[in-house]
Design a protein around this ligand. Structure first.
Ligand code: NAD
Ligand code: UDX
Length: 480
């Protein structure tokens, strides 16, 4: 029986290995992690991450050919194929701080693999890493273990949170990069055979190592660039009376552009886009390509602009002051169908509103109060962020309450900000919300999910990103 071990039981390692176990019952898959609480959660009824369909898959395989363990060294030592799916966050200190990827976790995993290996292994980069990382990993492995052959493959993951299981079951493509040597080609074949159990072979792409590593960074940069492009146009829509939904639809009907990923929003979030673009920027700078670096930097600049633009809209619409006013925040996760809040635009928007001394009442169906308070307290690394997006002070934390009911969160509020596109927000009883709010009552829709006409009929003053402005807002002085 082939044995697979995955180091890192996170948003990628857990779901990816669960799907491999489901589709390859003859392979023993063990996911290991240094976090005892995470492994305990994977072995319990309450999985550590919320992802539609994940529980079903885990329940079908766990204890049969899918295992979660803290005995990292034992399982790595026994495995034929070792996936490394540890976190690769942005460096916060030292050389390249605020841009470069922090490879501390990756390197310590590689050194551990070298220490415990007694047989040849295929080591698979599942984490998103800077191009050329495989070369460094190869050196660490080969210089720390004699007589053992390691083949390094790059097999970046393209799943999106909220749709991870579907993405893994029917991926657009699986990408495998390896050395162009006989051993490298053999290793690629071995990994390809794993995926070929459910992925059509024509969707399994094999490339050299550097192309695979760079393709992942490029794919995320392209996706984020689409959102920044549509968000940039949303600002122009608001200035001119065009409607971003109509513009996106018309633009996306061009088959060369395509309709997906053109939803204007309060800004993109998530653990990947910003981190990977910053990483790309750093790599370009290190390779003497400042123009290329600047091009990609602007994707993040527009994203920051979009978040601060949203805060400015709220403040200016409500008579230029929100001091002491209750504002309900609907949605804190970075997108629907996940409890993940890493780099969620809600953090920057909430900090912006708190900086204006608003009182926030936050509701998200999947994010706990502790989690929200922690997110609003920690400092994030600062890279060209607008001045008002500052970390929250201890006084500000007192301005935040977290509710488990939308109607409690919105009661007596002056304004409602929709920051995540949860389906349940589309079905809210807005008449009830309006009746219980202060007047005039404002709705700021950062996800374009409400029916603007119906809400205006109820009496709300409505702002929806990139939509023609409410007459109320049109008469306000221009800003930003
Ligand atoms: P995560 O933080 O959820 O999980 C990483 C896990 O690795 C953590 O549980 C951590 O405890 C563990 N870990 C770190 N060092 C370890 C070590 N030496 N030994 C054992 N365990 C260790 O991260 P994630 O979201 O799963 O992302 C993992 C990688 O995949 C990142 O490089 C990310 O960029 C990439 N990626 C993420 C997504 C996504 O949607 N989250 C999608 C594609 C790619
Ligand atoms: C992303 C990539 O899509 C995925 O391929 C990669 O493996 C990891 O990074 P993820 O961050 O999980 O996935 O979610 P995604 O659906 O890409 O959304 C990212 C952010 O962009 C979210 O905040 C989302 O709300 C926002 N978004 C997405 C928009 O604002 N508009 C869109 O049209 C699409």
């Amino acid at each position: 029986m082939v044995k697979i071990c995955c180091i890192g039981a996170g948003y990628v390692g857990g779901p990816t290995m669960a799907v491999i176990a489901l589709k390859c019952p003859f392979i023993e898959v063990t996911v290991v992690d240094i976090s005892v609480s995470r492994i305990n959660a994977w072995n319990s009824e309450q999985l550590p991450i919320y992802e539609p369909g994940l529980e079903d898959v885990v329940k079908q395989c766990r204890g049969k050919n899918l295992f979660f363990s803290c005995d990292v060294e034992k399982h790595v030592g026994e495995a034929d194929i070792v996936f490394v799916s540890v976190n690769t966050p942005t460096k916060t200190q030292g050389l390249g701080a605020g841009k470069a990827a922090d490879l501390t976790y990756w390197e310590s995993a590689a050194r551990m693999i070298a220490d415990v290996s007694k047989s040849d292994k295929i080591v698979v980069e599942k984490s998103t890493v800077p191009v050329k990382t495989a070369e460094a990993i190869e050196k660490i492995l080969t210089h720390n273990s004699e007589g053992i052959n390691f083949q390094i493959l790059s097999n970046p993951e393209f799943l999106a949170e909220g749709t991870a299981i579907q993405d893994l079951l029917t991926p657009d493509r699986v990408l495998i990069g390896g050395r162009e040597t006989p051993e490298g080609i053999k290793a690629i074949e071995k990994l390809k055979n794993v995926y070929a159990n459910w992925v059509p072979v024509e969707s399994i792409l094999c490339t050299n190592l550097w192309s695979a590593e760079l393709s992942k960074l490029a794919a995320n940069a392209f996706l984020a660039q689409r959102i920044s492009s549509v968000n940039a146009i949303s600002a122009l829509c608001e200035a001119t009376g065009a409607d971003i939904s109509e513009v996106s639809h018309s633009v996306g009907m061009d088959s060369r552009i395509g309709p997906k990923f053109l939803n204007a929003s309060v800004g993109f979030g998530g653990s990947c886009f910003q981190k990977d673009i910053l990483n790309l920027v750093y790599i370009c700078e290190c390779n003497g390509l400042p123009e290329v670096a600047n091009y990609w930097k602007h994707v993040i600049r527009i994203n920051d602009y979009q978040k601060s633009r949203f805060v400015n809209r709220v403040v200016s619409s409500m008579f230029n002051t929100i001091s002491g006013k209750k504002i309900a925040i609907l949605g804190f996760a970075f997108k629907k169908d996940t409890g993940d809040t890493r780099e969620t635009p809600a953090i920057d928007v909430c900090k912006g509103l708190l900086g204006e001394k608003a009182k926030l009442s936050i509701y998200d169906p999947q994010v706990s109060a502790d989690h929200i308070e922690r997110d609003l307290s920690i400092e994030k690394f600062d890279w060209d962020h607008p001045a008002h997006l500052q970390p929250m002070s201890p006084t500000a934390i007192k301005q935040v309450s977290v509710e488990w009911d939308v109607y409690e969160a919105t009661k007596d509020a002056h304004g409602v900000c929709i920051l995540t596109e949860w389906d349940e927000f589309k079905k809210l009883d807005f008449q009830r919300i309006y009746d219980d709010m202060q007047k005039p009552s404002f709705v700021f829709d950062g996800r374009n999910i409400v029916d603007v006409v119906q809400l205006r009929r109820i009496g709300f003053i409505v702002y929806s990103v990139g939509k023609p402005l409410d007459p109320w807002l049109k008469d306000l002085p221009a800003f930003a």
